[in-house]
Structures are given as C-alpha cells and as structure tokens.
Design a protein around this ligand. Structure first.
Ligand SMILES: Cc1cc2nc3c(=O)[nH]c(=O)nc-3n(C[C@H](O)[C@H](O)[C@H](O)COP(=O)(O)OP(=O)(O)OC[C@H]3O[C@@H](n4cnc5c(N)ncnc54)[C@H](O)[C@@H]3O)c2cc1C
Length: 284
C-alpha cells in the first residue's frame, strides 16, 4: 500500500474545504469496504489523501419529512435492515440490503458508499431507482439534487465531481396500495454479489387492476434504468401468470436491444425474464 495523507474532518464544511482546497487527488472514505479493497489490490490506486467522513454526525441516520423518507449516506446496511420506517415505506430496499455481503460487511458498508462506488452489482441502486430516489451532493460551490436514475454514466462512473460529497438520499414513501420486491441471483447463497437482480413496485386499485408498475433490473443494462416497455404491458391489466411471463420476456428483449448479443446473452436472456416474473409474482 502506498503512503497517503489522512484527514478526519468533524463537520461537513471542513470536509468540503478539504476536498476543494486540499490534495487534488483525494478519496472519500466511508465504511471502507470498497475503498480498502481498491487500495490494497489496485496497481492503479493513485489517491494521495483520504478524507474520512465517518466522524461527521450530520451524515448519519434515517428520517422522514412529510411523504418522504430521508437516508443519510453514512447509514449502514444493517441500520437500513432494522429501520421501521424503511420496513413500512420501502420494504424492497430492506430486502435488498439483507442480501449484501455478510453481517460484517453490512455493519460497515454504507448506503452512500454503495451508490457512489457505482458498481453494476450495487444492490441498493435498483430498489432506490424503483422508489424514484433523488440524491443531494454538496461541495464548497453549493448543493445540487439529482434523480438517481440520471446519476450514473456507466459502471463505476457517475456525474459527481471529485469535490462533491453525497449528503442525502431521499424518496417518496410508497403508497398504501403498493407491493414491492427485490430478487437477486448470485453464484452462491451467501457473500455473493449480484449476477442479475430485479427491483419491482406494483400498485393496484380495489378491482386488482395495475395502476402503476416499476421494474428496474440490476447488472443487466449498461446503466440502471426502468423498463417502461414492460411496465406498460402491466398497467391497466389484472395480472395473470401469462402476463407476468410476458413482462419478463419484454425486459429480456429490451435488455438485448441495449447490450447487443454477447457471450453472456445466452445465460442472461432467459434468466432476467424469470427473475422479472418472480419479482412481479412477489408483488401479487
Ligand atoms: C466481501 C464483500 C462483499 C460485498 N458484497 C456486496 C453485495 O453483496 N452487494 C453490494 O452491493 N455490495 C457488496 N460489497 C461492496 C460494498 O460493501 C458496498 O458497496 C458498500 O455499500 C460500500 O460502502 P462503504 O461505506 O464501505 O464505501 P467506501 O468503501 O467507504 O466507499 C466506496 C466509494 O464511495 C465513495 N464514497 C463513500 N461515501 C461517499 C459520500 N458520502 N460522498 C461521496 N463519495 C462517497 C468513496 O470515495 C468510494 O469511491 C461487498 C464488499 C465486500 C468487501
């Protein structure tokens, strides 16, 4: 490991100043479960300073404001897992964090780190996009709010500038008639990153007709996105087994229109269709 400067700011403005005026190649450190791995193994590691934000109290916690849930970036996956607010208003996010790594990783890893690392397999991202989440970034130049669906450019690349800190993740509470789910397929059952995943939200009226549907596959598209072509198939319908199968096949078809056919398509084409069907069935 190469030598580096270590800073431990106690306030957000101190952290913003360090990123703006300090070592130009600084790296923010939260739980460290991605950063430490990168530091130790990557020959491309070039950061000369670490800005450890874990001692900034304003970056922790889960709360609500009117119809919104607010998750601060240093909230760990374990804290999300035990949050009554998330259980009540965004259960698919709780399911997603329950699949992350191991208890040790969930105790250290944060929601903010998971988003900012932007790995294609990041498990909090599909549910947060299905929840229509927004994020707030802060720097010495001010704050800006971005829809999470607009935040990612490609795996490991976002529109965030290097001097910006993620300070808030927020999303509207799911309506009372919403059912939601997250399904993930890994190479094994524990300590497994997603080969593919699907987050889904389905709202129905009293007659059982779908009024809203959101489907967000993980690790399937070049960047995370909803699949309106499949969502439209469901809206206005009473779901049948055949309709859910059709929804799955549509996602598969749209995925291939984005990725083209490559070595993994033979596997991903049927598997994403089945995962979507399962995610939609779990919303029944
Ligand atoms: C064994 C193992 C298993 C894992 N399993 C999974 C899994 O199943 N699913 C999954 O999704 N991930 C998994 N991960 C990856 C990792 O645990 C998560 O991505 C975690 O949420 C990262 O959070 P962190 O706080 O540790 O981030 P860090 O490692 O501290 O930071 C990650 C990145 O985000 C940046 N960053 C962090 N916070 C901020 C902020 N507030 N503002 C701006 N930039 C910020 C850092 O600079 C860095 O680039 C695993 C990792 C390990 C080591």
């Amino acid at each position: 490991m190469r030598p580096f400067e270590y800073y431990s700011p106690r306030t957000l403005s101190e952290a913003c100043n360090l990123l703006a005026e300090g070592e130009p190649d600084s790296k923010i450190l939260a739980g460290g479960t991605d950063v430490l791995v990168e530091m130790r193994k990557s020959s491309a590691w070039s950061s000369k300073a670490i800005v450890d934000i874990t001692r900034i109290p304003s970056l922790r916690g889960i709360g609500e404001s009117g119809d919104w849930i607010i998750i601060k970036p240093l909230t760990t996956h374990t804290e999300v897992l035990h949050s009554d607010l998330v259980r009540t208003h965004a259960p698919l996010l709780q399911t997603a964090v329950s699949t992350i790594g191991s208890p040790q990783i969930r105790n250290r890893g944060t929601v903010g780190g998971n988003i900012m690392n932007a790995a294609a397999c990041a498990d909090t991202v599909p549910p947060l996009i299905a929840l229509d989440a927004e994020i707030m970034l802060k720097s010495t130049s001010g704050e800006r709010v971005i829809a999470l669906s607009e935040f990612f450019v490609k795996p490991y690349v976002t529109v965030a500038r290097r001097d910006e800190i993620l300070v808030e993740v927020r999303f509207p509470k799911l309506p009372a008639n919403a059912r939601s789910s997250f399904v993930k397929l890994g190479r094994r059952n524990a300590l497994s990153i997603a080969r593919l995943s699907v987050a889904a939200v389905v709202c129905k009226d009293e007659a059982g007709v779908v009024t809203d549907a959101r489907i967000v596959p993980g690790a399937a598209f070049p960047r995370w996105q909803r699949v309106p072509e499949a969502e439209k198939l469901l809206i206005g319908q009473k779901p049948s087994k055949e309709l859910l199968v059709e929804g799955g096949k549509k996602v598969s078809e749209v995925m291939i229109s984005f990725t083209g056919r490559r070595w993994s398509t033979e596997y991903k084409e049927p598997v994403i269709a089945v995962l979507v069907r399962r995610a939609l069935e779990a919303c029944e």
